[in-house]
Design a protein. Structure first.
Length: 420
């Protein structure tokens, strides 16, 4: 839907109907005033709009709609199709944001850049998010003070999701400190910023610092009733305790389970995470017991959630070289992904089936599953993922003495690397 000013609508209708400025004005409206209205220099009064709509034969309600109202209505129209054509949806929102900014509807423009941010982060379209940062920041300076905080949270989320933890940490720290100064009663946002600051230190592998901050946040939480936040905090505290060889891990695990209350999915996901952390910490038996319990306790009625859960466990077990446990689960994950017909799940299932077959030295079948996995990845994979996959395939072919296909894969990898 085209969005134009009231003046432009009047001008287009006038020309289409064959009116000159003088003809349209009549006795009641001056030519200079109508010219200013058409050029957007002045806003027309209600009586003028009604008179013009009658003379031009256009709907008054449509004629009086300003840029901001038209933008809001246009967005409602494209909202239902946003997942069908994501690129068009983002492009439309961006154009509307720029138009709102140019038309000095700064609050509307900011709400649109925020909307784009959330959508692109959800879709992990990080390159386009980076291109939007400048406009989003500019608009945060032109609007109400609270929008600055929204901008900082958006930027922090972008850097966190793209695993640029150092940058994200600076934003979360700044948010936390600013809130403690200007809005110390806003414990929910303060605790959110502090929690993600901890996750940033965890992502940077600064585990002692993360654990120290987590203990400080635990003290802060004594004054709150944010059970969901407490469950997340004790979840990461249990992981950090395992990493730091602190025997208090069991206390934090129990507290995480308690605060997750009736959320069975969160509980078993936490159990899986704890099990995986024990594996990484070379406490294999503890890890295996927790992972087995988590997989047994997971509510299998939601097949897609269960498939995602299985593949997460399989990935971690492979990374730790625990192949005997994987054999029990890989075929179940593969069958589920095929039944669900979900491309991303099928790609992962075929990929880990390949790894299983390679460990069994069944290279013929491994090649078949590796090719199937690549076919899916080519549909949605990012250049970095494809580069890594081609490198891995090149090594696979090289190891089985298939030099010709190894060279093809390494050449494709180089092509992908140039696109990074």
């Amino acid at each position: 839907m085209e969005v134009i000013t009231v003046g432009e609508k009047i001008k287009r209708a006038r020309i289409y109907k064959g009116f000159t400025l003088k003809n349209l004005c009549g006795k009641d409206i001056s030519v200079s005033k109508l010219s200013c209205i058409e050029n957007g220099k002045v806003k027309p009064e209600k009586w003028i709009l009604k008179a013009l709509s009658e003379k031009l034969g256009v709907d008054y309600e449509e004629l009086k709609k300003e840029i901001d109202q038209q933008i809001v209505e246009s967005i409602k129209q494209i909202e239902s199709d946003k997942h069908k054509n994501e690129e068009d949806y983002i492009e439309h929102l961006y154009e509307y944001a720029k138009l709102a900014n140019e038309s000095k509807y700064y609050e509307l423009a900011f709400s649109l850049t925020h909307k784009i941010f959330l959508f692109m982060i959800e879709k992990k379209n990080f390159k386009k998010v980076l291109n939007l940062l400048g406009l989003h920041y500019e608009l945060s300076n032109k609007t109400k003070p609270e929008n600055k905080l929204t901008y900082y949270f958006d930027a922090a989320t972008y850097f966190f999701q793209s695993e640029e933890y150092l940058q994200a940490k600076h934003y979360y720290y700044s948010i936390k400190e600013e809130l403690l100064k200007v809005d110390p009663d806003n414990k929910e946002l303060i605790s959110k910023a502090a929690y993600y600051e901890i996750l940033c230190f965890h992502g940077m592998k600064e585990y002692k610092k993360a654990y120290e901050l987590a203990k400080q946040l635990e003290e802060y939480f004594y004054e709150t009733n944010f059970n969901n936040s407490k469950s997340n905090l004790y979840h990461i505290m249990a992981i950090l305790a395992i990493i730091n060889n602190d025997d208090n891990y069991s206390i934090y695990m129990d507290k995480a389970y308690t605060y997750y209350e009736d959320n069975n999915i969160k509980k078993v996901q936490a159990k899986l995470d704890f099990g995986l952390e024990f594996l990484k910490n070379e406490e294999i038996e503890k890890g295996k017991i927790l992972i087995e319990e988590a997989l047994k306790e997971f509510d299998k009625r939601d097949k897609e959630e269960y498939a995602v859960f299985l593949l997460k466990a399989i990935e971690a077990l492979y990374n730790q070289g625990i192949y005997n446990m994987v054999d029990e689960y890989i075929d179940a994950a593969l069958d589920l992904s095929i039944i669900l017909n979900k491309a991303k799940l099928m790609e992962k299932a075929y990929y880990y089936k390949t790894k299983q077959l390679i460990t069994q030295e069944n290279f013929f079948s491994a090649e078949m599953y590796l090719t199937l996995s690549l076919e899916f990845l080519l549909k949605f994979g990012k250049p970095k993922e494809l580069y890594q996959r081609y490198m891995e395939m090149g090594k696979f072919y090289y190891d089985i003495k298939n030099v010709e296909d190894a060279v093809k894969c390494f050449t494709s990898a180089r092509s992908m690397k140039n696109r990074l």
